[in-house]
Design a binder for this molecule. Structure first.
Ligand SMILES: Cc1cc2nc3c(=O)[nH]c(=O)nc-3n(C[C@H](O)[C@H](O)[C@H](O)COP(=O)(O)OP(=O)(O)OC[C@H]3O[C@@H](n4cnc5c(N)ncnc54)[C@H](O)[C@@H]3O)c2cc1C
Length: 523
């Protein structure tokens, strides 16, 4: 390990980085490090077991993934066809709320163009929270919601002067493989072997990894990307794991992929449908649709979950591959400890409802690279990094918890227990209290001590999308309470104008299927 006292001395020497794990996290780390440190005297070796598989089910991303590919110099035309990838405008949530008129809503990816419409959305939510009869379903105010509805690609035609934020859907196994080829071209050494022992030096840092082919690989810095196993950080260095099971009940998933029928249109959104004991994702790829039921094993057996998923997909009795998985939900106490940093499932995992895992992987690697470089390749900024990662993790958890805690479903024990779960963070309590009191949520979210991974617009989208509003109040009572001018003020925005603006913008985007065929497949 290079520590602060000998960093200057060591910087001129070669720094050996060893990454354990060849899942998406391992290969994303290898690519970003190789790219970022290409002018440094650094070698990167990635060790991957040929017999321990990758988790390989992460199929959706946030817009962050685009910046990852931009940074490593890979274009959509290069990677998307290799991974059967499609575009994603956001997530449609179905059946999460039972409040009339709010049975579904869209969580959009936002962009600059929304500056024309999002203020009206936020403004209207403020009035609706006071009982005024104004429309504030998020779907109506965001271009990405309209593009998803029309099954359009989010890539604008050249003459449209705005870029739109979008994510992707992809085959996670193919993505890992593709990133492996890119990283090895960048000079990353790939070793296919299993780690059988982790060897520490006298000060408790990792010195080397013993492999099942008798080799011993030494390193200065070790990156634990070994998935839920966390062979280095949790198993060897004994960094404690903080479970989120009191906050988030889901701990299992069952997945089924269905081949795409010819002529079947490809959605440009993920669909997340609430079920009896969890929810099902529907993710369209170019060749198939990925489906997975994420559920709580405390409320539902694996057989019941598989049956419910098959029933939803009309696949009862069909001979089709089904995969059952368990999830370890929570995070480590410290992501970087001694000379080891954990990235990916080894640092923690929050169920995939908002498809944030790879986003977090990227943020962790970039945060680590910045802190490590800034600290002269020492552990000077270890505490800063750990604190930031923990806050970000907890911020994601709060947003995911909100989906369950705010749901009005009460059809099963699972939903009843979720909606009365007392284990919610103070931050989440403050957010909901602010919303219910009709106060300014934008302001509340930037108060000292308040940390949230999600931007204010996402909080507005879930709270408004779920219909967390009081009953409408009669006009005369509103006039009495807020004055006559408030009735006019509530109607400040002309929604017909907003509809027209979004419609006209959407004309500049091609049909999703057609765009993929013309730009990504037939090239
Ligand atoms: C049900 C589910 C759905 C998900 N959906 C999404 C989603 O939509 N979007 C998203 O961003 N993320 C999603 N994720 C998360 C995503 O799949 C992971 O974050 C991502 O794949 C990274 O995994 P990983 O590389 O950390 O671990 P893994 O894929 O598990 O890779 C671990 C690697 O470590 C190696 N290894 C382990 N032990 C040893 C050893 N002793 N010696 C040598 N090698 C070893 C293995 O061979 C493997 O290469 C989902 C996860 C689950 C469980």
């Amino acid at each position: 390990m290079i520590n602060s006292t000998n960093s200057e001395n060591k910087r001129s020497q070669k720094l050996n980085i060893v990454i354990l794990g060849g899942g998406t996290a391992g290969w994303m780390t290898a690519n970003l490090m190789a790219e970022k440190w290409k002018h440094h005297n650094i070698s990167i070796t990635l060790i991957e077991s040929p017999s321990i598989g990758v988790i390989g089910v992460g199929e959706g991303s946030t817009p962050q993934l685009k910046t990852f590919f931009d940074k490593i110099g890979v274009t959509e035309k290069q990677w998307m066809p290799q991974c059967n990838a499609t575009y994603k405008n956001g997530i449609l949530f179905k059946s999460w709320s039972t409040r009339p008129g709010f049975e579904s809503y869209f969580h959009p990816f936002t962009s600059l163009i929304d500056a024309h419409t999002a203020p009206a959305f936020v403004y209207n939510t403020q009035y609706r929270r006071k009982g005024f009869d104004v429309d504030c379903k998020p779907d109506r105010f965001f271009l990405s919601a309209q593009l998803a509805k029309q099954q359009k690609s989010p890539v604008a035609e050249f003459n449209f002067p705005f870029d739109i934020g979008y994510g992707y859907h992809f085959d996670a196994v193919l993505l890992g493989k593709y990133l492996g080829t890119v990283a090895t071209e960048k000079g990353v050494e790939h070793i296919s072997a299993q780690v059988t022992a982790v060897n520490l030096n006298d000060d408790g840092n990792i010195q080397s990894l013993s492999l099942d082919d008798e080799r011993v690989i030494e390193g200065d810095l070790f990156v634990d990307c070994s998935g839920f196993n966390s062979v280095l950080l949790q198993k060897k260095l004994k960094v404690p794991f903080i479970s989120f099971k009191e906050n988030l009940f889901n701990d299992s998933a069952v997945t089924i992929s269905v081949p795409r029928k010819s002529q079947q249109q490809v959605n440009s959104q993920t669909i997340s449908t609430a079920m009896k004991c969890g929810w099902v994702w529907d993710i369209p790829l170019t060749n198939r649709t990925g489906n997975g039921y994420v559920y709580s094993s405390e409320y539902c057996s694996a057989e019941q979950a598989e049956f419910e998923l098959r029933e939803k997909l009309s696949l009862i009795g069909e001979d089709i591959e089904v995969r059952h998985l368990t999830m370890k939900v929570g995070r480590v106490e410290k992501h970087w400890h001694k000379n080891c940093v954990a990235i990916g499932l080894s640092q923690g995992f929050i169920e995939p409802l908002e498809a944030t895992a790879l986003h977090f992987v990227q943020e962790s690697i970039e945060g680590f690279i910045d802190n490590y470089t800034e600290g002269g390749f020492t552990s000077s900024y270890q505490n800063n990094f750990n604190e930031k990662m923990n806050n970000r993790f907890d911020g994601i958890r709060d947003y995911i918890v909100a989906h369950y805690r705010l749901s009005s479903r009460d059809d099963t024990e699972y939903w009843r227990k979720n909606s009365e779960n007392p284990n919610i963070s103070n931050n989440l309590k403050k957010i909901v209290q602010c919303w219910v009191a009709g106060d300014d949520l934008n302001k509340a979210l930037v108060q000292p001590g308040m940390v949230s991974f999600y931007p204010p617009v996402s909080w507005h989208a879930i709270l408004a999308g779920y219909g967390v509003f009081p009953e409408l109040t009669a006009k005369n009572i509103l006039t009495e309470k807020f004055g006559l001018s408030a009735i006019d003020a509530a109607q400040k925005y002309d929604l017909a104008h907003i509809d027209q603006f979004i419609q006209r913008c959407s004309v500049n985007f091609a049909d999703h299927q057609q765009f993929i065929d013309e730009n990504l497949i037939n090239i």
